[in-house]
Design a binder for this molecule. Sequence first.
Ligand code: HEM
Length: 164
Amino acid sequence: MLAFKTLVLWIHLTGIVLWIGGLCFYGLVFISMFGKGKSLPPGVPSLLARVLHRFIRYSKEIIGAIILSGVFNIINSGYGIGFQFSTNYMTLLAVKILFFLIILGIQIWFSIRLAPALAALAENSDEDNLPSFRSLRGKIIGSTVIVLILFAAAMFIGLYLRYL
Ligand code: HEM
């Protein structure tokens, strides 16, 4: 049973590191490198759009693993106590799942709004696209900072739950 519990927590934490790590690398490191000069080097919007599209495609399985391992975490934690969770535990778990859903919402916004906008820029990358690229970049960086704050809070709650 211990090996199973450990495996589930391992999948849970590895999935979170890969997902949030990928979102933060794209939003805070990769896209912030571009758009500082007088023009966008040709091919940059297309590269950014393709990388975002590819990450979103891969992250679907990772998000599935986080949710599934989260559910198994609930079963593993509740099994020994007849699922008599304290109100405190349930409240904190609910807050953590809410933070997870907000991060997921931001990723869905990336995929249905920002990725197509980047791809549209790729179709027509010349001088006057710089302002719209900069506004897209600002939205991606800004929402990634929110992802980072929510992730840090969810991590803290996750560890705190262990000791409740
Ligand atoms: C951004 C999203 C998430 C983060 C950062 C996160 C983080 C964590 C961390 C750090 C732990 C503690 C691991 C340990 O004890 O060593 C944990 C445990 C847990 N997580 Fe998550 N998690 C996330 C999403 C979820 C979701 C979506 C669910 C439910 C579907 C979930 C349910 C749980 C449960 C039940 C535990 C076990 C708590 C206990 O020890 O009783 N988590 N999580």
